[in-house]
Design a protein around this ligand. Structure first.
Ligand SMILES: Nc1ncnc2c1ncn2[C@@H]1O[C@H](COP(=O)(O)OP(=O)(O)OP(=O)(O)O)[C@@H](O)[C@H]1O
Ligand SMILES: [Mg+2]
Length: 1029
């Protein structure tokens, strides 16, 4: 459906009518012309008459022959797309395949109308659309490349066409049952040989001559004895236009050379072929002198020398052949010399014969390369590119033949079309209605009838002994044909018509129009005489092509060969036979103007062609019964949207569907007939109404379908994406699951190993526990690394090792401790060291002995507790003599009454002093110190015991309280160098108030610290229990 819509007709395509059959006023030539003109101006060069294709030469490149276009037309119904040569080619091909029968496409039209181009387009279409294999491609290339070769040898520039085919061509393409092109065959008709020796003004000889001279490389030309200058060759300059801007001889030469290799020409073939082409050029330059007797003479001519070389014929023999003819006088053969004029004629005849026969050889050779080697049954499509009807100012033998050919083809068309039309009605079971048309059988017979036909009369005149001339031939015609409705001469015409005829003319009323022929040259051209002896000369040639062209067993000698007209007649009869057995298709080419211009439409010219191409006739035949017919399926498929019952799908047979559809559309009974497989519609207007309705409906449908399609596309995209997402998800999940599985398997293994390792951890090292133990070791060491003691004091905090690490841990710990201590020690100052030594001493003295000792540990010792400036200057001066070591504030309790007094205690090198302001209250020489008592409790009391028995008046022992008790006592021990001086006592200490009187200090613990005089007269020192840290 979509494809159909795509191919649907655009507004532009609908300019005019695509099919003339639908022309309401189908008998009007003007209406016909209007339609064709309208379309031409829109570059719509193709229009149908039913299945016949009318093509107007656009004279410009149109972009309608691309590969894309070919694809569009491949396998699509004929009427679904705008008319095109591809549509026709495709339809022929598909019909051939489905019906397994043979077809031909007759391409006709006047010179320059585009026949050869159309033929090429069809070939190109098959080259692209047919199946391709290596073998088939080879055949395809040969089919395509045979064209340039044939065109080089058979085409020429004429006034009407720069690439005019000067021969008729029928080409078979053979297809196997799969539709592959497997072979081909070419038949050529009536090459215009006269062109070899003569061209009208503005025309050229066959392309190959110019291609060789312009394109052949130097060496080749030298070998052929040619110069690169067309002007040097008489046969090339008759028309005085050797150079034409639209033709590139050089590049065409390259194409031809390449083509030779593809179509299997050996080097020898090409060599001999070119030798012949060069020979013809040399032959044209052969010049005949007059000898003394007035006969033709060749005096050491260079041309003859080259001819002799190229054709491999002895010069002598050649010279004689060119200047004499053999006459049989009784049983003797005599050589009769030519006059120079006669010799020229014979020379030209030879040139024509050589070229004509070589052309036939060429066609034969191409056929050899195209031959299908497989002998299974083939179907065939024939392409006929044949000259169209020709009418010139002066029409000669050639036009006569050409127009006769066209009459024959028209006859064939009538027979085939009417036959098929009638057959169609019959097979479809529709009543046959006779068609009024002009049958040109009578004209064909006028030309070809035995004994009475023009050709017979001409032959008779040619063969007749005695003086036969063109005029005697005309007289014979008048005798034989007088009264024939299609034949006129000056003598036979009525006075009025007579004025339009010369005495040497005859006129034929062809189906396509009147043509007046001049009889001049008819006899000669029909005879196409070549003297026997020159043929014999040719037979001696060593050139293998010439040898083949002039065979020894040629049926000549006594019997005259068939005349040209008769040969042509029989070849046409042969062609008619070939075609009659095939299904016909037609392409009628029209030339829009005589100037090869694009965009110009010459009404008179086109009207003329429409007439003699028999297009009106054809249309009439097609329209005689029903204007339009279509297979039920096709009709239903196209118009089913117009009826609710048939849209969107019809379930019954196509015929029933169509019946329903036309009933719905309101067709009248006499407007249509239902055949077996087709519907026949009588008038075009009925179809137009349907088509218009369809057009309206199509737009609505298109919108709906578009919307549906868009929705469908979007949904499709969505579904696709969803599917893709699910797929990706599945894959991802799968991947993850696999990974997880692997991970778990790994974990199980690891855990198992771990457990086993754990269970066997205390056994000797083995496979089972080695990893576990390594892990344990590693783990312990790593933990240990993070949990090492931070300070020296912290060193007892050591991570408990697992059993296997006990020894290692022990060693590590030792190393670590040593290390940390060393580090600590290294980082210590001398001052600190001295301090610690003092502390060590303190510890030795008091640790575990006095309760408040622990409190002192953390308090650093100072050098002294009283600044020098706080000591009375006089005291200081006196004591400095002894060297002051330490001073500390103390509280001194009076010996009587135990009143506390603040004093400074200063240690010198020799004595301890108690100082109050500027006075030394008591000096205690170390030598006289008995001892120092402190309690074991947490008070800060110390009692200095002095020796009192000296004569010096002594003050007795001293009871002191000092906040820096430990510091002061340690310093004193150091100064005195006597540790034993200190005694730690419990309970109560006895002291001498003065010699002979004792006092006591009682120490005890209490809830809080206090000092008072006890009722017993003792100094009571209560100290609060210090909390042990
Ligand atoms: N379909 C086309 N598109 C473009 N140009 C075209 C087309 N058909 C023909 N021509 C032009 O018209 C010229 C003549 O066409 P072509 O040779 O096919 O004519 P012809 O009918 O074969 O003539 P003749 O009878 O002389 O051989 C071509 O060389 C080309 O320039
Ligand atoms: Mg042509």
């Amino acid at each position: 459906m979509l494809r159909e819509m795509e191919g649907g007709l655009t507004a532009r395509d609908r300019v005019g009518l695509q099919d003339f059959v639908l022309l309401e006023n189908y008998t009007s030539e003007s209406a016909f012309l209007d339609n064709i003109r309208k379309r031409f101006h829109e570059n719509l060069i193709y229009t149908y008459i039913g299945t016949l294709l009318v093509s107007v030469n656009p004279y410009k490149e149109l972009s309608i022959y691309t590969k894309k276009q070919m694809d569009v037309y491949m396998g699509v119904n004929f009427f679904e797309l705008p008319p095109h040569i591809f549509a026709l080619a495709d339809n022929v091909y598909r019909t051939m395949l489905s019906e397994t029968n043979n077809h031909f496409i007759l391409i006709s039209g006047e010179s320059g109308a585009g026949k050869t181009e159309a033929c090429k387009k069809v070939l190109q279409f098959y080259a692209v659309s047919c199946p391709s294999t290596r073998v088939l491609d080879n055949v395809r290339d040969r089919l395509l490349l045979s064209n340039p070769v044939l065109e080089a040898f058979g085409n020429a520039k004429t006034l009407k066409n720069d690439n005019s085919s000067r021969f008729g061509k029928y080409m078979d393409i053979q297809f196997d049952h799969k539709g592959g092109a497997v072979g081909g065959h070419i038949l050529s008709y009536l090459l215009e040989k006269s062109r070899v020796v003569h061209q009208n003004h503005g025309e050229r000889n066959f392309h190959i001559f110019y291609q060789l001279v312009e394109g052949g490389d130097e060496e080749l030309l030298r070998w052929l004895g040619l110069e690169r200058n067309c002007q040097k060759y008489r046969y090339l300059v008759r028309g005085e236009c050797a150079k034409v801007s639209s033709i590139s001889d050089k590049s065409d030469w390259k194409t031809v050379q390449k083509a030779f290799t593809v179509i299997d020409f050996s080097e020898k073939d090409v060599e001999d072929l070119l030798a012949i082409i060069a020979s013809v050029l040399h032959l044209g330059n052969v010049y005949f002198d007059k000898n003394i007797r007035g006969y033709a003479a060749l005096n050491n001519s260079m041309e003859v020398h080259w001819l002799s070389k190229l054709l491999g014929i002895p010069t002598q023999t050649l010279q004689q052949g060119l200047t004499h003819r053999k006459i049989e006088a009784r049983s003797e053969e005599v050589l009769s010399p030519f006059t120079p004029d006669h010799a020229k004629c014979a020379r030209d005849a030879l040139a024509k014969a050589i070229y004509g026969r070589t052309f036939n050889w060429l066609v034969g050779k191409i056929n050899e390369s195209l031959v299908n080697k497989d002998s299974t049954r083939k179907t065939v499509i024939g392409l006929i590119d044949i000259y169209g009807f020709e009418v010139f100012q002066v029409n000669s033998f050639e036009q006569f033949c050409i127009n006769y050919c066209n009459e024959k083809l028209q006859q064939l068309f009538i027979q085939l079309t009417l036959k098929s039309e009638q057959e169609e009605y019959e097979t479809e079971g529709v009543e046959w209605e006779p068609v009024p048309y002009f049958n040109n059988k009578i004209i064909c017979e006028l030309v070809e009838a035995k004994h009475r036909g023009i050709i017979s009369v001409l032959d008779e005149e040619c063969l007749r002994p005695g003086e036969a001339t063109d005029l005697t031939f005309l007289e014979k015609l008048e005798e034989t044909l007088s009264g024939h409705p299609h034949f006129l001469t000056h003598k036979l015409a009525d006075p009025k018509t007579r004025k339009t005829l010369d005495r040497g003319d005859f006129r034929l009323i062809h189906y396509a129009g009147e043509v007046t022929y001049s009889v001049q040259g008819f006899l000669d051209k029909n005879n196409d005489l070549l003297y026997r002896n020159i043929k014999e000369v040719m037979r001696q040639s060593t050139n293998h092509i010439i040898k083949l062209c002039f065979p020894v067993n040629e049926p000549d000698t006594k019997r005259r060969p068939e005349t040209v007209a008769t040969q042509f007649k029989s070849s046409l009869a042969g062609l008619a036979d070939i075609l009659m057995s095939k299904e016909p298709w037609y392409v009628r080419c029209i030339k829009p103007n005589d100037g090869k211009q694009s965009g110009r439409f010459d009404d008179v010219l086109v009207r003329h062609q429409v007439k003699y191409l028999g297009l009106m006739e054809h249309l009439r035949v097609r329209r005689a019964g029903f204007a339009y017919r279509r297979r039920y399926e096709v009709f239903l498929q196209r118009y089913k949207p117009l009826c609710p019952d048939t849209w969107p799908n019809w379930r019954g047979t196509a015929a029933e569907g169509v019946a329903k559809l036309v009933k719905h559309l309101g067709y009248q009974r006499d407007e249509y007939k239902m055949g077996k497989t087709k519907i026949f519609i009588r008038h075009a207007r009925t179809l137009f109404a349907t088509e218009d309705a369809f057009d309206v409906c199509k737009h609505q449908l298109a919108t709906r379908i578009q919307a549906k399609y868009k929705g469908y596309r979007v949904k499709g995209d969505y579904l696709k994406q969803r599917e893709a997402a699910t797929k990706i998800e599945n894959c991802w999940r799968g991947l993850m699951a696999r990974k997880e599985k692997e991970r778990r398997a790994w974990a199980v293994k690891v855990i198992k190993k771990f457990i086993k390792g754990f269970m066997t951890r205390n056994q000797p090292l083995s496979v089972d526990n080695s990893e576990y133990l390594a892990f344990v070791r590693h783990n312990y060491l790593m933990r240990l690394k993070d949990n090492l003691p931070k300070t020296v004091l912290d060193r007892h905090n050591w991570l408990t090792p697992p059993p296997i690490m006990k020894e290692a841990s022990h060693l590590l710990r030792k190393i670590f401790t040593r290390n940390i201590v060393r580090k600590y020690v290294k980082g210590m100052t001398a001052q600190r060291k001295a301090q610690l030594q003092l502390k060590g001493l303190t510890s030795a003295l008091f640790r575990g002995k006095k309760e408040n000792y622990p409190c002192s540990v953390g308090r650093p010792f100072a050098d002294t507790r009283i600044n020098e400036q706080d000591i009375n200057i006089k005291v200081l001066q006196t004591l400095n003599l002894e060297g002051v070591k330490y001073s500390v504030p103390v509280v001194k309790y009076d010996r009587n009454g135990f009143r506390p007094r603040f004093r400074q205690m200063i240690f010198t090198q020799v004595a301890a002093y108690l100082v109050e302001e500027g006075r030394v209250k008591q000096r205690m020489e170390y030598a006289q110190l008995k001892g120092i008592s402190v309690s074991n409790l947490s008070d800060n009391f110390l009692i200095f015991h002095v020796i009192c028995d000296a004569p010096v008046k002594q003050k007795g022992d001293v009871v002191l309280q000092c906040d820096y008790l430990f510091e002061a006592l340690t310093k004193l021990c150091v100064v005195m160098n006597r540790r034993s001086i200190i005694s730690i006592v419990q309970g109560s200490v006895r002291f001498d108030i003065y010699p002979g009187r004792e006092g006591f200090v009682d120490f005890k613990s209490g809830p809080e610290s206090m000092v008072y005089r006890g009722k017993n007269g003792h100094l009571m020192v209560e100290s609060a229990k210090t909390k042990v840290r």
